[in-house]
Design a protein around this ligand. Sequence first.
Ligand SMILES: Cc1cc2nc3c(=O)[nH]c(=O)nc-3n(C[C@H](O)[C@H](O)[C@H](O)COP(=O)(O)OP(=O)(O)OC[C@H]3O[C@@H](n4cnc5c(N)ncnc54)[C@H](O)[C@@H]3O)c2cc1C
Length: 465
Amino acid sequence: MNAFTESQIAALSGFVPSDRFTTGQSSRDLHRHDISAHDGVLPAGVIWPIDGDEVARILAYTYENDIPVTPWGAGTSTEGNPVPAVGGLVMDLTRMDRIIGIRPEDLQADVQPGVLRKTLNREAGQHGLFFPPDPGADATIGGMIANNASGVRTIKYGATRDYIRRLTVVLPDGKTIHTGCRAAKSSSGYDLTRLFVGSEGTLGVVTEATVKLTGRPNHHLAATVTFKDLAAASEATAVLMGAGLEPAALELLPVPLIRLMNRENGLGIPEAPSLFCEFHGISKDALMETAELAKELCEDRGATGFRSGVEAAERQELWRARHEAWETIHRAHPGEKSLIVDAAVPISRYPEMIRFSQDLVDAAGAAGYVFGHAGDGNLHVVMVGDPADETGWAALERINHRIVERAIQVGGTCTGEHGVGIGKRKFMELEHGGGLDLMRSIKDLIDPKGLMNPGKIFPDREGAN
Ligand SMILES: Cc1cc2nc3c(=O)[nH]c(=O)nc-3n(C[C@H](O)[C@H](O)[C@H](O)COP(=O)(O)OP(=O)(O)OC[C@H]3O[C@@H](n4cnc5c(N)ncnc54)[C@H](O)[C@@H]3O)c2cc1C
């Protein structure tokens, strides 16, 4: 659906002031792509509600009139998650960006979905608190909830799912419901909050969230550890985790990526397969002891260098460079698109997955960077190429397929954090089997007309490609 009728335009224009609904080409184009290579279908229009009542009125109308709706946060997804797959209306939530309140005594904040993660952390920081889930991008809280985003600190602090207490959701037909509560625990009925977290906007629009905050750590210690190869580095991660050191981040980085990061950011770090680690603690002394033990354990696993006590500014620079890995790769391959593997496996299987993935990339001669959130077994392979080059792109797709199949075989998942979107639908049957039928039944129950973010999560009946 690329165009609205006159009467649809008149109705949608009636829900918001004129500067918050458009059928203009540039806004529609801007809402057709996230950062992936998935090409969306041009939406017929874009609307920017500012509160839950507006969302409810708009969805009641779109439901009644069979108009597909795709919610949109910051558009930083990697699998086409917010990309309209059949056109219709894009509901951009970025103007619902109010922090309704921070309640430090409860360690909670109430937010609208368009609040950006960094903005929330700036405000929460004034109370000595923070919201730990941190995808590299400055995503919206609504987009993070919908994708169950996580990031480098997940091994210590958990994913977005672990920080959502209560949601207000407008269902596809415009009805508003609340899920969960503000208590720290509840055994009251089905956990609807968890159903909506990770549902990628396919079950409704989140219009308010109560999120848990946590105390900002007093002391940080960063370390970079080098190894002779990536497999040795990945083997050390399970040891560090098993020793109870509770790293706050444990990232695996390959030489080609470190080389790019050094070139762009002047980091001056050794160009060897590495682990970037961070530890949080209550005192410097406790952290020094942790670093000593980490060093011993890494050396036992063949570490060739261990550098800790990185200064605050350098530490921030290191993490900034890590967060910008995707952009850095793209600047090194101008004009190309990326295909991102986001499989996750039990950490005991991480080293073999790293070896397997690197071998596939090398054998195909592909431009691919194997790295990841090693501490939680989350593997990223960013492969770059030109989707218009059918043979070349198919080769990257084959690598993606083989890695995901292997990850599922060893008890893992096709996506550790980026969500299914369009790109990972083809793996859902393999990963979930009969569980996928139940997911479909839930979707059909809540959205019988299939109007909320259609074309996502579920393979087409005849099989997604
Ligand atoms: C450089 C880079 C690094 C990244 N690193 C990570 C990482 O380490 N970990 C990670 O998890 N992700 C990562 N991502 C992916 C992305 O940032 C996250 O998935 C993020 O949560 C997306 O949020 P967004 O606000 O951009 O949402 P969008 O991309 O706009 O939307 C995401 C999904 O949420 C839905 N949605 C948006 N708002 C709502 C709402 N209010 N109600 C219902 N549904 C809604 C959309 O329909 C879509 O399905 C990275 C992205 C980039 C560009």
